[in-house]
Design a protein around this ligand. Sequence first.
Ligand code: HAM
Length: 434
Amino acid sequence: MEIQRPRGTRDFLFKEMKERKYVENVLRRIFEIYGYSEIKTPIFEELSLFTTKSGEGIKEQIYHFQDKGGRNLALRPELTAPVARLYLNELQKSPKPIKMYYFGSCFRYERPQAGRFRQFWQFGCELVGAKSPGSEAEIIAMAAHCVEELGLDDCEIHIGNLGILRSILADEGVFGEKQDQVMGLIDKRDVEGLKSLLKDLQIGSKSRNILLKLIDMVGHREILSDVEELIKDNENAYKALKELEELLKSLEAFGFSDYIINLGIARGLDYYTGTVFEIYVHGLGAQKQISGGGTYNLIQVFGGEKVESTGFAFGFDRVMEALKKQKAKIPVAKTVDVFVAPIKEDTKLKAFEIAQKLRKVGISTDVDLTGRKLKKVLSHADNLGTSYVILVGARDLKDGKVTVKNMKTGAQEMVDVDDVAAELKNKLLQTGMI
Ligand code: HAM
């Protein structure tokens, strides 16, 4: 019987893990220089954490189950709701704003395809308790900083404000679940479905036209005057537009002006209230969205006070895919720098001892554990890409020596066994290998 990996999941091997680790560390570094601290929440949560805002319908899209104690649980499909829960459980009394970041796997019961998995990773953050638009601008600037630092090509950051669409719907008496249904169709770009729902909801032709025009408004700052013209009679939509303009001003102060305004962003999750943004890498095709986020209201939905919160998450797997597509050179560290090879079985224990001395001074070292013939051991060391091999022979040891072979040049030299760790450390440091 051959046991298969579950559908929509992947195994990651050595090189890929090293590349992922590198990218993870870049993101970690950037998030931390913006003052974020890492948190970790459970992989499974109470099912109600995800159904409270989104309704029972979300159960179709997530993994949920009953445990042996009869509790209804779900594998997390994202991390914003868990972080809001964590805030309510642990951090309500902490000084604000609270800047948290996370890296963890999420699970969604989706039809697997390129760039869409059932287990995937998000690298994201939540900024709880800071007033927009400065906080929203800082978050978008940080996302842009990450993109720049990773060297992602062909990337566009689109910014919108859900308050504009939602206010027009609210003016027509469309609230709550119905409003979320409209936003869902906009998110899916299902224009026909949208038209028919707007008709069913008996939305007046003027508002219908405004909505259909708005979702196609994508461009640079210049489009803002057209938007203003379109929505000027709706007080709340107008307010949301002014909020967007304020955000753009702050964003420019943070040094980022290469954005695209996109009033058709609706976001798939229904907790967003105002500013929203998405990052696209067009080369990725249908799953081009590598990141998404915005301002939301979840803490209040879960029974807390109204706390201004903004966040976003990179789809880590899509970031990796985008880097792979553009053939980015991701630095991959070698696994071992030095290999210790006993020439014969009789020096095996001495080889172990030497390997351990090297490890204790911080050199990544491997030692033969198989008892194979020297030729095979050397070829294994070569395959691992080690820089040096230490040959441990009985005759050399009698003089207190071992032979150090430079695997790149083939040059060999005799070194005192007591000095070999320090000498190799120097060599590796000098050549920038460690
Ligand atoms: P989201 O847009 O649903 O937002 O997910 C964030 C990112 O995760 C997406 O932009 C996409 O790159 C990636 N992603 C989503 N589903 C999959 C999948 N099935 N396979 C691979 N990648 C996927 C959120 O989850 C929000 N919690 C983001 C947020 C944080 N908003 C505020 N704070």
